[in-house]
Design a protein around this ligand. Structure first.
Ligand code: COA
Length: 163
């Protein structure tokens, strides 16, 4: 099983395991309402982010479930995050990149590193839940080999999967 605290690197990016102290930089990244267009939600306060980050840092309370959360850093600056919830050999994955850094291939590069690492660690099925109109997120999912399954989840999102 994959360890939840592994730093990953790509050509441009460092994916650093999430820590509560990351909240201070991430509150700016998460502060643009456009990020929530397809996922719902509002820009959080620093307190919100700090308390939200205590859960993943502590780890999932559910037996057999592992949470992985990485801050994406570009030239040392926090620009977004990727995350995976692993149960057995299945990982449900997600990605967020702050508005000033979007459309530069960062989500695809970070998701690729995460998914390669998960697969190398024994994950055989990747899934993602994506709003049907969310072209950018669908492109990221395609870039890591996911395709839409046709299944719609309880939030009206399309389930994408690797097989
Ligand atoms: C989805 C998201 C992570 C993409 O991040 P990104 O770093 O801009 O993505 P990339 O630069 O790797 O682009 C991936 C692809 O999407 C395309 N794309 C990016 N933004 C786009 C947009 N606004 N409209 C249409 N296509 C877009 C890119 O051209 C690229 O296409 P390609 O693979 O054919 O070249 C980012 O838009 C985001 O964080 N959105 C808000 C949070 C969110 O909804 N997360 C997804 C939850 S499922």
């Amino acid at each position: 099983m994959t360890s939840p605290h592994t730093e990953l690197r790509t050509g441009r990016l460092v994916l650093a395991p999430l820590e509560v102290d990351d909240a201070e930089e991430m509150v700016a990244v998460l502060g643009d309402a456009r990020i929530y267009e397809y996922t719902g939600g509002d820009p959080p306060s620093l307190d919100d982010v700090e308390s939200r980050y205590r859960f993943p840092v502590a780890g999932s309370p559910r037996p057999g479930e592992v949470w992985h959360n990485w801050i994406i850093r570009l030239a040392g600056v926090s620009v977004g995050y990727v995350q995976a919830t692993v149960v057995g050999a299945t990982a449900d994955v997600a990605w967020v990149v702050g508005v000033p850094w979007q459309r530069r291939g960062i989500a695809s590069e970070a998701a690729g590193a995460m998914c390669d690492w998960l697969t190398a660690g024994g994950v055989t099925r990747l899934t993602a839940h994506i709003h049907p109109d969310h072209t950018a997120s669908g492109r990221v999912a395609s870039s890591v080999g996911l395709t839409p399954t046709g299944e719609i989840d309880e939030d009206g999102e399309v389930v994408w999967a690797s097989m």
